[in-house]
Design a protein around this ligand. Structure first.
Ligand code: GDP
Ligand code: ZN
Length: 298
């Protein structure tokens, strides 16, 4: 009787699943039995039991998919605990409208989000203050941090946030995602014998979603799935719910279906004037609202 191991699916390509087994490393598996028995397709992120067929060739068979805590549809992955959105303070300049779009996408998928403002070392008086940004988004109900992916202290800070969880990483290009992911891995002792576990993220960024093991029980999801940011699957009236700081204000609006854009009496607009919400957020909200309104015409 062969030994059974528990692992996690990190990647699926053409019928093969790459299962990371702590202490053993990556095992290339098939999942024939699962299809036949449960008629279920394994997903990246699934915790599984596998049988190792050949230690030498590092091949195995998935024999069971363990119960899913959650699953996302786009991208199709299982057991994601949280999201980390990365933006740079400068180079490229932080785009708060884009940040809102990422935040909305994550919230639509019920993911808790950590906002990471990277390249703190480049901060100067020409650009925004990282501390101010952190404050604004913390007040808006998010966890926010300021880091430099090039510094050890920051890597430790990020590792502490990721520990024991599977985190999806998103953000525009050039903000330092690859740098951060590569650094997070290099700080890890991978117990894999001769096989190098480090997955270079490289410039030819992944087309498929893949999990990168950081340590036992800690994974990062590298995915192209959170980057198409123009289409949201929602009604324009639903948008306000994604602006946490609007919530205490909306009930005061004169019109029940207030869009908080052109109505003459609007508590949200008033609140923003008084500084009770991200100042930029009305502009961003308005742009996205109008986009949603446009979409409905077709
Ligand atoms: P990605 O497109 O989001 O994966 O971004 P990269 O990781 O490729 O980083 C883009 C550029 O920013 C590279 O030249 C990095 O060396 C640089 N970079 C990344 N993090 C930092 C940082 O914290 N400070 C500074 N000064 N540069 C950084
Ligand atoms: Zn209003």
């Amino acid at each position: 009787m062969q030994d059974i191991f528990k692992g996690k699916i990190t990647k699926g390509i053409a019928g093969f699943y790459y299962v990371y087994v702590p202490g053993k490393g990556m095992i290339e598996c098939k999942a024939k039995g699962i299809f036949r028995k449960d008629n279920i397709k394994p997903l990246v992120g699934d915790d599984v039991s596998i049988q190792i067929l050949s230690e030498e060739e590092r091949t195995g068979n998935i024999i069971e998919i363990l119960p899913r805590k959650s699953s996302l549809i786009r991208p199709a992955v299982a057991n994601i605990d949280q999201a980390m959105i990365i933006f740079a303070i400068r180079k490229p300049d932080v785009n708060l409208n884009l940040l809102d779009r990422f935040l909305i996408q994550m919230e639509q998928q019920n993911l808790k989000t950590i906002i990471c403002f990277n390249k703190a070392d480049l901060e100067n008086s020409d650009g925004p203050s990282s501390q101010r940004l952190k404050e604004i988004y913390t007040k808006a109900g998010y966890e926010a941090m300021v880091i430099s992916a090039t510094e050890d202290d920051s890597i430790d800070k990020v590792l502490a946030c990721l520990k024991g969880k599977t985190t999806t990483v998103a953000g525009p290009s050039g903000v330092g995602k690859s740098t951060l992911i590569n650094r997070l891995q290099s700080d890890t002792q991978m117990e894999t014998g001769s096989i190098s576990m480090k997955i270079e993220r490289g410039k030819h960024t992944t087309r498929h979603s893949q999990l990168i093991p950081i340590s036992e029980d800690t994974y990062i999801l590298d995915t192209p799935g959170f980057s198409s940011l123009s289409v949201f699957d929602m009604e324009k009236e639903e948008l306000e719910a994604y602006y946490e700081e609007f919530q205490p204000l909306v009930c005061g609006c004169k019109f029940t279906a207030c869009s908080h854009i052109h109505e003459p009496v609007c508590c949200v607009k008033e609140g923003i004037k008084r500084g009770e919400a991200r100042k930029k957020s009305t502009e961003n909200y308005k742009l996205i609202y109008q986009e949603l309104a446009q979409k409905k015409k077709y």
